[in-house]
Design a protein around this ligand. Structure first.
Ligand code: 1OR
Length: 291
């Protein structure tokens, strides 16, 4: 069994030679920002690397008006956005039309793809009402998140390779999964997966969970099957025995990155009999997402 290396926070170099962006905030602003960023997975692994603080320092508040385009598909990426409030439609070009493919309802984040992969904006984001966002500039995003991603790739590469569901992905695709992994830590006795599911905001599942119990002895390293957190009630509960670290993937982020990979996985089904069961459960969910 191969498991992920433990992360050593001392590895984190603090390069003060680089300009640091700080937008001063009132205590009240800081509190609000802290609240909305708490569940943003991209920030989750930064918690251990001082970077989170820098990220929050650099963020600035943006008030938006109804019908305002926050992002236009095809543009260069300027900022990453975290939603404080408001409803935002997501449009993707299909032929001459802009197709509405989803929306953010008062939570979540967007605008990471262009910054992470140096690509044009992949979708258009339009405010449907007055709202407020927190923005993080491209340079700071790059310094914090993209650099952190390189470390995450090293840390979790081996672990990800062991997850049957993800085995059939190309290495580059697997690495993209790593980019959107976040870490959640549970204390002894905490219920990780229960009925109804954990990681539910409201009553809807929005994360996958990969169990990654870090132990000194790699042979003792345990990870569950990829436990897909769906809206369906689970037969079993999972409790943390000792401190347990869970790698979690935001389902929306997964879909954004790997929609096309589903085809690849489907193609491979016949070759990977063992994966079949896992895949069917997953694909079933993917093809017919519960609303
Ligand atoms: P960006 O920097 O490319 C647009 O700027 C943002 O819209 C993008 O980052 C994502 O954060 C967000 N496909 C691509 N980008 C999406 C999508 C999406 N949904 C939100 N964004 N979808 C696939 C459509 C074929 C929708 C998946 C649910």
């Amino acid at each position: 069994t191969v498991c992920a290396e433990a992360y050593n926070p001392d590895d984190d170099e603090d390069d003060d030679s680089e300009p640091r962006v700080v937008h001063p905030k009132t205590d009240e602003q800081r509190r609000r920002l802290h609240d909305v960023c708490r569940d943003i997975l991209l920030f989750k692994t930064l918690e251990q690397v001082r970077g989170r603080r820098k990220g929050l320092d650099a963020m600035f508040e943006v008030q938006v008006k109804p019908d305002e385009h926050i992002i236009d598909q095809g543009d260069d990426g300027d900022n990453f956005y975290v939603i404080e409030e408001g409803v935002y439609d997501i449009f993707v070009k299909k032929g001459d039309h802009d197709l509405c493919v989803g929306k953010y309802d008062n939570k979540g984040s967007f605008g990471e793809l262009a910054l992470m992969y140096n690509t044009p904006r992949a979708a258009t984001i339009v405010a449907t009402q007055e709202g407020a966002l927190w923005a993080l500039d491209r340079a700071t995003f790059h310094r914090l998140i993209v650099r952190n991603n390189a470390k995450k790739r090293k840390m979790y590469e081996a672990f990800i390779e062991c997850v049957p569901l993800l085995k059939s992905l190309e290495i580059t695709e697997r690495m993209k999964i790593v980019d959107v992994l976040g870490m959640r830590v549970f204390k002894d006795g905490d219920c990780i997966i229960k009925e109804p599911m954990l990681f539910l905001t409201g009553d809807k599942a929005d994360c996958f969970t990969l169990l990654n119990r870090e132990k000194t002895d790699p042979e003792d390293c345990y990870f569950g099957e990829l436990a897909l957190v769906t809206n369906k009630p689970r037969a079993a509960s999972v409790y943390a025995a000792g401190e347990t670290k869970c790698l979690v993937i935001d389902i929306q982020a997964f879909e954004r990155l790997l929609g096309p990979c589903m085809d690849i996985m489907k193609r491979n089904i016949s070759q990977y009999e063992e994966q079949r069961m896992a895949l069917f459960g997953y694909l079933d969910f993917y093809v017919k997402p519960t609303s």
